[in-house]
Design a protein around this ligand. Sequence first.
Ligand code: ADP
Ligand code: MG
Length: 610
Amino acid sequence: MSDIINLLPEAIANQIAAGEVIQRPASVVKELMENAIDAGATHINLIVKNYGKSLIQVIDNGKGMSETDARMCFERHATSKIKSAEDLFSIKTMGFRGEALASIASIAEVELKTRTEESEVANLIVIKTSEIIEQSYCQAEKGTSIAVKNLFFNVPARRKFLKTDSVELKYITEEFKHIALSYPDVRFKFIHNENEIYNLLAGSVKKRILGLFRKTYEQKLLRVEEETDVLKIIGLIGSPEIARKQKGEQYIFVNNRFVKSHYLNHAISGAYDTLIGDDQFPFFVLFLELDPSNIDINVHPTKQEIKFDDERLIYNYLKVSIKHALGRYSLSPKLDFENENGDIRMSNPNSPNNGPFSSTMASTTRSAPVMRQWQSLYNGMEDKGELQRELDQEDERSNIPKEEYTMPSAASGDLLVETLPLDSEEKEPYQIHNSYIIVQIKSGFFILDQYLAHQRILYEKYLLNLNDGEELIQKQLFPISLQIPKDRVEIFTELAKEMKNLGFDIQSFGGETFVVHGIPSGFNDNNLQDLVDRLIDQYSSNLDLDISKNENLARAMAQSAAIKKGKRLDVEEMRTLVDELFACENPYTSPIGKKCFVNYELSDLEKQFG
Ligand code: ADP
Ligand code: MG
């Protein structure tokens, strides 16, 4: 038999490597931004067009590359970051494999402009499918600009695997956030389709967090700072009241590299314990530092998974540090958790001690158990010695899950309010401003937001239908046609299929036209177009959240179908709304976590007049 083994041509070898390194536009963003950081840049701009499919460009003011390096950097295994095997054990840079640029250049068109401090002119290189197609000089600022165009143009299979545009943009944004969070002293800009998404000045981690997340977090961030010989933890965590129903806002960095770890997340959620609901996720941005020889960050090619030599120690230490921070916070004056104004935001919204119908307890007694929990967190943790002791105890106590670290499931039905302690006089509910409903109860009254309450009711109903495939009765219609904007046709086609389970029968009529043949009974068919427009908007913006398709659809449907503020309701409608709300599994908040009602105690009223 003749010899059959060949060496793969370089371009093909690179393409194969690209399969591992570059899975989606966000991977390019990560690699280019990491290179800019490695080059010592203090200003980094990310410019993206068409969700990364047409252009991903990173411009930095780092050290730039010489003429030869500008060519060399596209070769496989070309790196300036390690020279010998020993270097592998003391890596301080983000990259070191020398694979990224070679991979990218094999599956896209890349334009590189780069200039070093010493050089008067910049080098320009255009490369496509690993071949240099242009090389010349140009004018440019010191630093490097790399523009990646038409990613995956020669790998159709890869293109097919991409998710919807909004999901890809979400991945890109996440990569940007990871790097922006871990380098707060670098200035970053992110522009998508000419819109400036972020413009972040250099500053503290806290400033960076406020620049990337909600400004309202400002007063709600707690500092974490602990250090031992083995491990240092610094960062900020959200107070329990900004915990959210979606996981999104949780970031852990180990030696300044973003990592994903269910294990560590579990430790943190465990520290919040009953301060947040079982279905809530705390906000955190934490930086762990430890000797690199105690971790193996390379277990995953994209380097987000991590393995520690002593996992248990890290778990416990992290948990105790978070408890410590939460405990310190609990002692600060007047707390946001005091039940002033009869407001329900003080603690876990799912806590049985917390709604207007839960019991006849007065507001002061209601907050007591919460306060006690806070105090017990803090007790005996004043100094590092105590911390260590607490750690030891934690080690004995905790049964750290070994394999599955799933989050506890959503609030269970036990918290359901069985009977409404409505006032014996049975006053009728009363609507004000065609938006809020006032209901008198024994201990005072509560005010319900009709839009948010109805959202909750519909959301639970839809979710049940979607998850359990329970059939909804359908009402046949004289066909109504809908016009869907061109750029939404794709998403709506997907949605229409799912909406079948909710009792909608919607067919494509070609192009931008769809026809509705049936809707769920009890559903109002006037202004379907308006409802669908809103539905698509909601659904696409919810794509940025980490929620399942069913949950997204249920939420979006609830948001667009719920009765709006400004709608007048008769007494019967109001009663039904109140009854149905309190038959919900979680009557306290709307699907996106806003309060459905606010409770007022008589004693609060008395105080007002005191
Ligand atoms: P790695 O980062 O693993 O070394 P890359 O393929 O990402 O591999 O980059 C190859 C080399 O190109 C880097 O080692 C670096 O010397 C150079 N390089 C890449 N991007 C930049 C940049 N933005 N500024 C300066 N040098 C860069
Ligand atoms: Mg790199």
